[in-house]
Structures are given as structure tokens and as C-alpha cells.
Design a protein. Structure first.
Length: 111
């Protein structure tokens, strides 16, 4: 889905320590973690959208989605955040905007 390179992450401009090789290594690892988190969030959002759409609209399944979320260890609001990110990501056509959407939360936590 999203490819993130540390050169494109503005918040990694600083250094972690005085060793240039270690800084480079840590910045690469940070970018890998960001990429994994961004893609995982989008994949989870897709899964949650599919599940909620499958279970919606039929009174027979009332409450089943939330019961399922709890059983697999997810909070309803966390699942909703993943869904909303995925929905926004799929609506946007511009690749730059897609990348921003995918890493938006990550930038918040890393600043």
C-alpha cells in the first residue's frame, strides 16, 4: 500500500546520537516501523469495513460486530478510527494525499 522512506519524513531531520551510522540505521528502522504501522492500520480498516458492512442492516446481527471486536481484542472506537482512515484513503485519488493520510497519526506520535 504505502512506501515510506525516512528521507521523506520531516520529523526525522534531527539525530538520535552523535554517530552518523547509528543515526542512519535508526532512521531506516523508524521508517520501516512507520510503514508497517501505516499499512497495518489501512489493512485493519479494510477488514473492519468489510465486517461492519456484512453485519449491518439485519436485526439478526445486532450487536454482533461489537461482540466480535471485543472477542478479538479491539475497542469499538479503535476499529472505527481504522475504518475511517481506510475510507478516507480509498476516497482520495492523489498519491501524496494518500501517503499523508496513512502516516498522519504516526507523525502525531513521533513529534
Amino acid at each position: 500500500m504505502v512506501k515510506i522512506e525516512f528521507q521523506n519524513l520531516d520529523y526525522l531531520d534531527g539525530n538520535f546520537c552523535d554517530d552518523e551510522d547509528v543515526n542512519y540505521f535508526l532512521k531506516e528502522k523508524t521508517a520501516q516501523i512507520c510503514q508497517l504501522q501505516a499499512n497495518s492500520s489501512l489493512e485493519l480498516g479494510k477488514i473492519f469495513c468489510e465486517a461492519v458492512n456484512r453485519l449491518a442492516g439485519d436485526n439478526h446481527y445486532n450487536g454482533l460486530y461489537e461482540k466480535w471486536l471485543l472477542k478479538i481484542g479491539f475497542n469499538r472506537m479503535t476499529a472505527l478510527r481504522h475504518r475511517k482512515r481506510y475510507e478516507l484513503y480509498t476516497q482520495v485519488k492523489n498519491e501524496h494525499s494518500k501517503k499523508l493520510i496513512s502516516i498522519l497519526q504516526l507523525e502525531f506520535y513521533l513529534n
